[in-house]
Design a protein around this ligand. Structure first.
Ligand code: AMP
Length: 221
């Protein structure tokens, strides 16, 4: 199953993708996580991407697409993957189609997590991320048991530098201009399922799992 999670920043793509990856036994591929790893390791790619990320802008397509291509050709993607954060515009969606076509593959299902702006801003401004395992918490909605320490691995939690108010606004604007046309793109291909992401995360998760199962059902007409 090759699944894309689509939606604005803060819709919960990362949180859902992490749990889904475990439940469906598929790798979770987040271009944001891959880029942040490159930035923290000081690679060439990281150096080129850092300023764009700090401004809330998109990293140039050629850089991200090349990075993704290397990741989706790893052996662990044989049964599929859950993509989170890619594609971010139509150009990337076409690059992804081409990349998969070379392997006689295609995207099976696109879940669009729809969310309202006040919810997005509240989620992003309180988001805390574990520096060790990448787990997500929230200062108000999902606080860790011990202040700024990850419940799962005891790593230190931090606030992403692009989760500051000004950068959040910029990211939402970039989403509307560049990424939202993807909704139409995948709807036209009859691959899009729209869910409200403002509901409880467990409710959203079980809806996604139901859709994935339905989609995998060979008897479905
Ligand atoms: P995310 O973790 O998905 O919110 O991504 C964080 C930042 O990484 C974004 O604001 C962009 O600067 C960059 N980024 C992640 N994925 C992409 C992509 N597919 N294309 C361009 N930039 C990306």
């Amino acid at each position: 199953m090759r699944m894309i999670l689509l939606g604005p920043p803060g819709a919960g793509k990362g949180t859902q993708a992490k749990t889904l990856a475990q439940k469906l036994d598929l790798p979770h591929i987040s271009t944001g996580d891959l880029l942040r790893q490159n930035v923290s390791q000081g690679t060439n790619l990281g150096k080129q991407a850092k300023d764009f990320m700090n401004k809330g802008a998109l990293v140039p397509d050629e850089l991200v697409t090349e990075m993704l291509k290397q990741r989706v050709t790893q052996p662990d993607t044989g049964n599929g993957f859950i993509l989170d954060g890619y594609p971010r515009n139509i150009n990337q969606a076409k690059a992804l189609d081409d990349m998969l076509k070379e392997r006689n593959d295609a995207i099976d299902i696109v879940i669009y997590l729809d969310s309202s702006e006040p919810v997005i801003i509240q989620r992003l401004s309180g988001r805390l991320v574990c520096s060790a395992c990448g787990g997500n918490f929230h200062a108000a909605n999902m606080p860790p048991k011990v202040n700024m320490i990850c419940d799962n691995c005891q790593g230190k939690l931090y606030q992403r530098s692009d989760d500051k108010p000004q950068t959040i606004k910029k990211r939402l604007q970039v989403y509307l201009e560049e990424s939202s046309p993807l909704i139409q793109y995948y709807n036209d291909k009859h691959k899009l399922y729209r869910l409200s992401a403002d509901e409880d995360k467990d409710v959203v998760l079980s809806r996604i799992i139901d859709l994935a199962k339905e989609h995998n059902d060979p008897h479905k007409v």
